[in-house]
Design a binder for this molecule. Structure first.
Ligand code: CTP
Length: 395
């Protein structure tokens, strides 16, 4: 699996950096070609001679020298995987924010290869809200994280922060490059996400509290498994998932048109919170409050049901998955919704709490075979598990 695969190994600053040498030995024994990149911090713990000796390749550590020799873009494009061992709090923060102020961060910003990071730092740094936010951002972008483990640390402090063991990192790299890691290659997935805005007049609209976090996480997770993903999304503040084709729309009718234009697809996941109704006649001018006049009455019209339309479409995707946002009798309502809409699965959640806009979700997956209750987990974990379930169903 690893024979002749190109691995770019970035070593950043941590006392555990010596373990990167052991990892390199394992990778080379399996036939991989390893190219080393040292950050300034990494070079304080591992010499470039040691890394060059064990990789059998020259080591890159200077953005401008690399530029003259091969170019950071080529260094970023060459590998089948980029592996950051150890990944310091600083490098993870620079990755999370897209900085490109040295060779390692520039490669990490420019690469399209799968990226694996093995964090190592002091437990207080690992638990800091800043690091937690950075890790959530990286995970949401599809970065694979291994460790850190809990155990004795160099500073005689204990807690999580210890670099994962070379054997485990090796297994994770092999997993990243296994063909089974990308089971959705060749499949097209259509995902909807976010709310819709239904105009009242040129300045006002009707909307809902959907943030797009869950739908965007699903698009990311499907792309990470190799699918070609088209994401049709309403107005959201969350960033576009990398490597995904994004169509931005506002109203339910625009969402339907964009979805139909994206067909054919193998998979459709309708995570958007589509407005059920729109204002029947959108005012062409701003509604004015005339002195003494009664408040306006809005007459509503039913919007098209995108999920039901796709479920009964001549080009129906092979697997159609809807969501059901419920505030009571969640499973019962969602089970009825699955049959009513004609989709294959329904992912039901209770939105009476702070799920909408929040980072965690507790869902029930309803299929023709019954109901699976999933524990509460972060939205990107729900997305990862759902994508894996989809891949299994299509196998
Ligand atoms: N949906 C859709 N088009 C609509 C309304 C909903 O595609 N016009 C999709 C959503 O994306 C979701 C599923 O249908 O996948 C269920 O959405 P939900 O709002 O829970 O259901 P409703 O159809 O609004 O049903 P109810 O009002 O009975 O809850």
């Amino acid at each position: 699996m690893l024979a002749n695969r190109q691995i770019l190994l970035i070593v950043s600053g941590s006392i555990s950096a010596y373990k990167a040498l052991e990892l390199t030995r394992l990778l080379r024994k399996a036939g991989a070609i390893v190219t080393g990149v040292l950050t300034a911090g990494g070079a304080r713990f591992v010499t470039r001679e040691a890394l060059a000796g064990i990789t059998g390749q020259r080591v890159h550590d200077d953005l401008w020298a690399a530029e003259a020799e091969i170019g950071h873009i080529r260094l970023a494009r060459l590998p089948d995987a980029v592996v950051v061992v150890p990944a310091s709090a600083d490098l993870l923060a620079r990755m999370a924010h897209g900085l490109a102020d040295d060779l390692a961060s520039t490669i990490l910003l420019a690469t399209r290869a799968p990226v694996l990071v093995a964090p190592a730092m002091n437990p207080a740094m690992w638990e800091h809200a800043a690091t937690r936010a950075n890790m959530a951002a990286l995970r949401a972008r599809g970065v694979t994280v291994i460790g850190p483990g809990v155990g004795a640390m160099a500073e005689a402090e204990s807690g999580a922060g210890r670099l994962a063991e070379p054997d485990d990192i090796f297994a994770a790299v092999a997993g990243l490059l296994a063909p089974s890691a990308r089971p959705l290659v060749g499949r097209h997935a259509l995902v909807t996400s976010g709310p819709t805005h239904e105009p009242i007049d040129p300045v006002r609209y009707i909307a809902n509290r959907s943030s797009g976090k869950q739908g965007h996480a699903i698009a990311t997770a499907l792309a990470a498994l190799g699918a070609r993903v088209t994401l049709v999304c309403g107005p959201v503040a969350v960033p576009d998932p990398p490597g995904v084709t994004v169509h931005r729309i506002e109203s339910a009718r625009e969402m339907l048109a964009a979805c139909e234009a994206a067909l054919p697809a193998d998979i459709a996941v309708m995570a958007a919170a589509v407005a059920d109704w729109r204002v029947a006649r959108e005012a062409t001018q701003k509604l004015k409050k005339e002195p003494g006049a009664a408040a306006p009455t809005l007459t509503m019209a039913l919007n098209p049901d995108i999920l039901a339309t796709l479920s009964h479409h001549a080009q129906r995707p092979g697997l159609v998955i809807g969501f059901a946002a419920e505030t009571e009798r969640v499973v019962e309502h969602a089970t009825a919704k699955r049959l009513r809409k004609g989709c294959d699965w329904i992912v039901a959640n209770d939105v009476s709490g702070d799920v909408m806009g929040g980072d965690a979700n507790r869902v029930h997956v309803i299929t023709a075979n019954g109901v699976e209750d999933w524990p509460e987990m972060p939205k990107d974990a729900v997305a990862g598990r759902l994508a894996a379930r989809i891949a299994e169903a299509l196998r």
